[in-house]
Design a protein around this ligand. Structure first.
Ligand code: GLC
Length: 789
């Protein structure tokens, strides 16, 4: 369509390119990131993901030169060569090609035979994706691996797979042939031999991604509507790509500490006596718990922002009783508003014109839980404000967080037609454009409402999302099933969400549909213990999935995993602090930390928790051992204390109550003493586990709920260790003191070292040796310690 380039203009950060067939532009976001755009739908980008002002947009120098018909646009870090037909080739600063446009057309492999005969038997027919209005083909060199794309099924490396972005509520078992799930995160990372880069196709319409499936000479992304609108993000490391992508689309903000504790849910805990019974059982069985979620049956006939007065006569009193036990209430709020004259929310929205309409302007009705329901138009600022203000109804009833579901949006009587109309903040749009951002905008409204009413860090959990939703909400992976296969898949799913900017995510521990076996529950909790969001949730009608519902062995193993999670909460909290600063998620695939080691590129049954802990869970029934790949370096087997050389595969013993964990030598790992919920008791003494080697660690401490930390209301500690002269030197520093109620002591346990003497700032101090470890205390304000062997 573009033809020959006829001219160009440079203005500010934008280089407009004139072609025979139309106009496009390249925008310099910063030295590593360029934006390629053509106004095929709107004159300017109207991104819901890239908000303004935006920290990724930097003022930076760039040069434009023209030679032999090609236009060369160079920043300090990359060069884009632009040709006729709007071909764009991107090279790094040294001229090495990074990402080149493919010069041929699509040439899919051939499918043979008449598939309709197979459909007759009920098979899903395989068809090649047709042509799209927008198609961007990029050349493949051969060794590329692809990561990201949000919550998609399939392995971690998406090479050879195709996907679609169209938020989909499909309750059939999520398997590899599902091209779309609940979220649309049109961002992926390409890892080549020496460099990684990201591509973010910021187009909210249904989009298509083929990562070398139909032809190994190219990969492509496309759409049938919207603009040509994508960002090239240079690394060169995978970490750099994630950091730069999240600078553009936003980062997961630091959550309240309690939200990192355990959440318990089912469809549905009701009436209130059942909720209290669940809470009491958690305490009786000495199981940590911070939140109980109320699913749809707390409402009056599924009317959002109401309570069933019989089942929940006094929600505020219930919430208060639970709070006394250290447990908060989270309630589900779906977008579908029951069509019901006399129901105040419905009436108010109708009167103000807050609902999506059909093409003739008549309020659009479909069916969800309440029966006939209408859809708030979250693409309209006034509706978002209204929805935000409604959150107060839940907060006044004692609710501490809001769970947004069914916001793809889901519909039971067929999909919403393409021509359903939305106001779209002044430029009316139809369902094709709004569908994928509907949940995103609902989460934003919920976040804004909670923030305004409480002033604290909002806790929102959403099922549907678009790129950038991580700014407003945590996510879960929707309706998985109690299948071993789904436990296995949860690891690449959560790792991919992390690479796609979603640092705070989890899945239904134990599985949503189907009946969970005791062994599956134990193995799932062992993975869940390291998922940023932990929630045990199951569907209506399934067997009980609480930890005590099976037998003693299950209960004990569950408790053990949960206690470990709670001990590691300060580490997880530090990882969330890191996520807010860098966009890197706590749950990481090995490829993020060791991209140069090709052995890890495909590993998706092990993961890293931060950069220091390697988790190798058992994800197969009956297995009591497993192979574990340890990347280069020295690792400690957390169970046996054994010191192991990495760069090889080891065999780990994994009886039912053990999830193999390895700690990198040089780690300084903060921990809390046992608590049944966040804030049960004030922590005066931080525990610090030292795994000898060389290393540093930054630890953060604050009130765990307010925004005071953004004005300096926090403490920051730096811990370091160094092996020297046959002993170990440790340095403790408080580098920022802004939170007065902090720890006074640090209780240090040095792993596998029996010291003969310990000095603090040159003076001998008392120490103990326990199980081959040396244990002593230092003041939280700091000091230098030496352990002599
Ligand atoms: C959807 C949700 C699930 C919830 C159910 C009832 O299926 O994904 O988590 O329990 O609706 O609200």
């Amino acid at each position: 369509m573009w033809g020959k380039r006829t001219g160009y203009e440079k203005e500010g950060r934008r280089i407009t390119l004139q072609y025979e067939g139309g106009e496009g532009w390249i925008e310099i976001i910063n030295p590593w990131v360029i934006h390629v755009f053509a106004p095929l739908h709107t004159q300017e980008p109207e991104s819901r993901a890239v908000e303004q002002p935006n920290p990724a947009f930097e003022v930076c120098d760039y040069r434009v030169s023209e030679r032999e018909g090609q236009l060369e646009i160079s920043t300090e870090k990359l060069t884009a060569r632009v040709y006729d037909h709007f071909y764009v080739d991107i090279h790094d600063a040294s001229g090495t090609p990074l990402c080149l446009d493919y010069r041929g057309g699509r040439d899919p492999f051939q499918r043979r035979g008449n598939v309709s005969i197979a459909e007759g038997e009920g098979h899903e027919a395989m068809r090649t994706s047709g042509h799209h209005k927008i198609e961007v083909l990029k050349a493949m060199e051969g060794g590329e691996k692809f990561y990201g794309l949000g919550d998609k099924t399939g392995p971690l490396n998406k090479r050879g797979y195709e996907y679609e972005m169209w938020n989909t509520d499909d309750p059939s078992p999520h398997v590899e042939s599902h091209k779309a799930l609940y979220k649309s995160i049109p961002f992926f990372i390409t890892l080549k031999e020496r460099a990684a880069y990201g591509l973010f196709f910021d187009n909210p319409f249904k989009t298509f991604f083929d990562l070398g499936k139909e032809n190994s000479a190219y990969y492509y992304f496309g759409a049938d509507g919207g603009n040509l609108d994508y960002y090239f993000i240079h690394g060169p490391s995978v970490k750099d790509v994630v950091t730069r992508y999240t600078a553009l689309t936003g980062r997961t903000p630091l959550p309240q500490l309690w939200t990192l504790g355990a959440h318990q849910s089912r469809w549905s805990y009701a009436p209130e006596s059942r909720v209290l019974e669940i809470a009491e059982k958690f305490r009786e069985h000495d199981l940590p718990l911070d939140a109980i979620h109320l699913d749809i049956d707390y409402m009056d006939g599924y009317r959002v922002f109401t309570w069933d007065k019989e089942r929940f006569p006094d929600p505020a009193a219930l919430a208060a009783r639970l709070r006394d036990m250290g447990i908060r209430l989270v309630t589900i709020i779906d977008p579908g508003v029951k069509k019901d004259k006399g129901y105040s929310i419905y009436d108010e929205g109708l009167e103000k014109g807050y609902y999506a309409t059909d093409k003739d302007g008549v309020t659009y009705v479909n069916t969800v839980w309440p029966g006939d329901s209408v859809y708030p138009d979250f693409s309209d600022e006034a509706v978002r404000k209204w929805w935000a203000s409604n959150q107060k109804i839940m907060l006044d009833a004692g609710v501490a967080g809001v769970w947004n579901d069914m916001n793809e949006p889901a519909s039971f009587t067929g999909p919403l037609p393409d021509d359903v109309r939305f106001k779209n903040d002044g430029r009316p749009a139809d369902h094709r454009e709004i569908h994928n951002v509907y949940g995103h905008l609902m989460s934003k409204a919920t976040f804004d409402g909670l923030l305004e009413a409480t002033g604290k860090r909002p806790f929102v959990i959403t099922r549907a999302a678009y790129a950038g939703t991580q700014k407003y909400s945590t996510v879960w992976t929707g309706d998985n099933q109690s299948f071993w296969e789904h436990l296995r898949m949860s690891i690449p799913q959560l790792a991919s969400l992390g690479l796609s900017g979603f640092a705070f995510s989890g899945c239904d521990v134990g599985g949503f549909s189907h009946d969970c076996t005791p062994e599956l529950l134990v193995r799932w909790v062992q993975v869940g213990a390291f998922s940023p969001l932990f929630r045990n949730h199951t569907a209506i009608g399934t067997r009980n999935q609480e930890p005590w519902a099976y037998d003693e062995q299950t209960l004990n193993a569950y408790r053990q995993a949960m206690k470990l999670r709670y001990r590691l909460l300060p580490y997880l909290y530090d990882l969330m602090v890191e996520a807010e600063k860098t966009g890197l998620a706590p749950l990481r695939p090995l490829v993020l930390e060791y991209p140069q080691d090709s052995n890890v590129h495909e590993i998706d049954d092990q993961f890293l928790f931060g950069s220091r802990l390697l988790v190798a869970p058992v994800v197969e029934q009956g297995k009591r051992h497993r192979a574990v790949y340890l990347p280069d370096g020295v690792w400690f087997d957390d169970r046996t204390g054994e010191r192991l050389e990495g760069g090889r595969t080891v065999l780990a013993e994994a009886p039912l109550d053990v999830c193999p964990i390895y700690v990198r030598a040089g780690t300084l790992l903060p921990a809390y003493p046992d608590r049944r919920y966040v804030g049960e008791r004030k922590i005066d003494e931080l525990l610090l586990y030292v795994y000898p080697g060389n290393g540093e660690y930054a630890h953060f401490e604050d009130d765990g709920e307010s925004y005071a930390y953004r004005d300096g209301g926090y403490n920051e500690f730096r811990f370091a260790q160094e092996e020297k002269d046959g002993g170990l030197g440790l340095k403790f520093e408080k580098v920022h003191a802004g939170y007065a109620e902090g720890y006074s002591l640090i209780r240090v346990a040095v792993h596998g070292v029996v010291a003969s003497s310990v000095t603090l700032d040159g003076q001998s101090i008392e120490f103990e040796t326990e199980d081959g470890n040396t244990v002593f205390s230092v003041p939280a304000n700091g000091g230098e310690v030496r352990l002599n062997a």
